[in-house]
Structure formats: structure tokens, C-alpha cells
Design a protein around this ligand. Structure first.
Ligand SMILES: Nc1ncnc2c1ncn2[C@@H]1O[C@H](COP(=O)(O)OP(=O)(O)OP(=O)(O)O)[C@@H](O)[C@H]1O
Ligand SMILES: [Mg+2]
Length: 231
């Protein structure tokens, strides 16, 4: 949550300090009143308005993410949650251009103590990012894989065959409002990271083979004793 707050503070700070600078300049211009200065004050006031709109847009964009909802942790069947989320993701019809391949831990069913809505939000973000990255690669599949990392930790991976992430982009993707997409908000991964950390897990990514990305998160989980893989 600290990183998210720092990113938001940074984003808000820019328009607010611009507003303060333009207001101070206007005050100085008014003190030495002339017709020329009057025009400059009008231009500065326009800039103040624009920057204030920018600041309120940041707040509005945030509102859509930080909906007030009491977090409710409950026992959640992870495989079921993944299947439900894939169905939900189909609302975005672009997903129909791709085969979604599930490779889930089957017999040793992982159970989470988690807020299912939040975990679903993380998965949806990762699925949408994978589909975005493969937008121009019709037919490329998206894999969703789960595996036990230890007796008490499960890992879920979303594997795409898209354009991948270069080193420079990779260093910023978890920052709030960082996006390379025309219509992106850049909040998907920042919010996902906050959710996963709050559940005691980690979220990370690496290169796919031969192309694309693997985004994974780990979470504490309760298990039976037997393990198998469902293909
Ligand atoms: N699977 C992926 N393949 C390639 N790049 C990715 C992938 N996932 C994330 N990225 C990069 O990370 C950036 C940040 O992702 P994030 O989900 O936080 O925001 P976004 O998708 O741009 O917007 P939104 O807020 O709508 O999710 C993306 O703009 C993209 O550049
Ligand atoms: Mg996203």
C-alpha cells in the first residue's frame, strides 16, 4: 500500500505544484498591473484551471479502482475461482481470438483464505494484459498454470506469447499510472501488487518462451496431500 500511495502522491504533486507556481506568478503580475500583464494573468488562470482538471481526473480514475468494499476473507477453491474468472474475462470478446489453456493443480486442490473478489481482480488484470499483448497475434494461446511452490504456497502463472517487456519498461510496470497503452490507466498491476501483498503473497514476471511474458503470483494456501496436474 505504501508504494501505491507514493505513486499517487507523485502523480498529484505535479498538477498541484503547477497550480501553485501559476498562482504566484499571477499575483506578481497583478502587483505591477498593465494591459500586457492582464493578458498574462488570464493565460495563467487558464493553466491553473487545466491543471486543476488534471488533478481531479487523477482522483476520478482512482475512484473506479478504490471502490469502498469491506474485504471479506473466506475459504476459496482456487481452481474454481480461476475457471469463473476465465468465464468473466470472456465479456471482452477479444479473448475469443485466443485459446485459454488451463493447467491447474487438480487432485491436491489448493484452498485459499482470501477475498475472492480481489483475487479475481488480479487474475482478470493479468488475463487482460496478456490478451492486450497478443492483440495482433490472432490464435496465440494464453496459458494459466497453477503449481505448489511448497506445502503452504501456491503459484498461479499467466503465460502469453505477446510482444514481451523490455528491461526499461519492466522497471516501471508496477508503478501506479504507468502505461504504454493508448487507453490504459496503468493501475492494473499496481492494484494487483497491493492485493497480493495484503494476502501475504508476491507478484513477479519474467520472459516467456519463445516470446511473451510470464506473470505469476504466489499465495499462502491450504492443501490435501496428493498432487496432480490437470491438462
Ligand atoms: N503481459 C504483458 N505483456 C507485455 N506488456 C505488459 C504485460 N502486462 C503488462 N505490461 C506492461 O505493463 C504496463 C502496465 O500494466 P497495467 O496492467 O498496470 O496497466 P495497463 O494495462 O496499461 O492499464 P490498466 O490500468 O487498464 O490495467 C502496460 O501498459 C504494459 O506496457
Ligand atoms: Mg492492465
Amino acid at each position: 500500500m505504501g508504494e501505491l500511495a507514493a505513486g499517487i502522491a507523485h502523480e498529484m504533486n505535479q498538477p498541484l505544484s503547477a497550480i501553485s507556481n501559476y498562482a504566484q506568478a499571477s499575483k506578481r503580475l497583478l502587483q505591477s498591473a498593465s494591459q500586457e500583464n492582464e493578458l498574462k494573468v488570464v493565460a495563467a488562470l487558464d493553466k491553473i484551471c487545466n491543471q486543476a482538471i488534471r488533478a481531479s481526473e487523477v482522483i476520478n480514475r482512482l475512484r473506479t479502482f478504490v471502490k469502498k468494499r469491506v474485504t471479506q476473507r473466506e475459504l476459496v477453491d482456487l481452481n474454481e475461482l480461476i475457471r469463473e474468472t476465465v468465464n468473466l474475462a470472456k465479456v471482452d470478446t477479444r479473448i475469443l481470438n485466443h485459446e485459454i489453456i488451463l493447467e491447474l493443480c487438480h487432485h491436491n486442490k489448493p484452498q485459499l483464505i482470501a477475498d475472492p473478489v480481489q483475487i479475481q481482480q488480479v487474475l482478470l488484470n493479468l488475463i487482460r494484459n496478456g490478451i492486450d499483448a497478443m492483440e495482433h497475434i490472432k490464435g496465440a494461446p494464453l496459458h494459466i498454470h497453477s503449481q505448489w511452490l511448497s506445502d503452504v504456497m501456491i503459484e498461479v502463472s499467466v503465460i502469453d506469447y505477446g510482444h514481451g517487456i523490455d528491461v526499461e519498461t519492466g522497471s516501471s510496470i508496477f508503478n501506479p499510472f504507468f502505461t504504454t497503452k493508448e487507453t490504459g490507466m496503468g493501475m492494473g498491476l499496481a492494484v494487483s501488487q497491493t492485493i497480493i501483498h495484503a494476502h501475504g503473497g508476491r507478484i513477479y514476471f519474467g520472459p516467456g518462451r519463445p516470446s511473451g511474458c510470464i506473470f505469476s503470483f504466489s499465495l499462502p494456501a491450504i492443501s490435501d496431500s496428493q498432487k496432480d496436474i490437470e491438462k
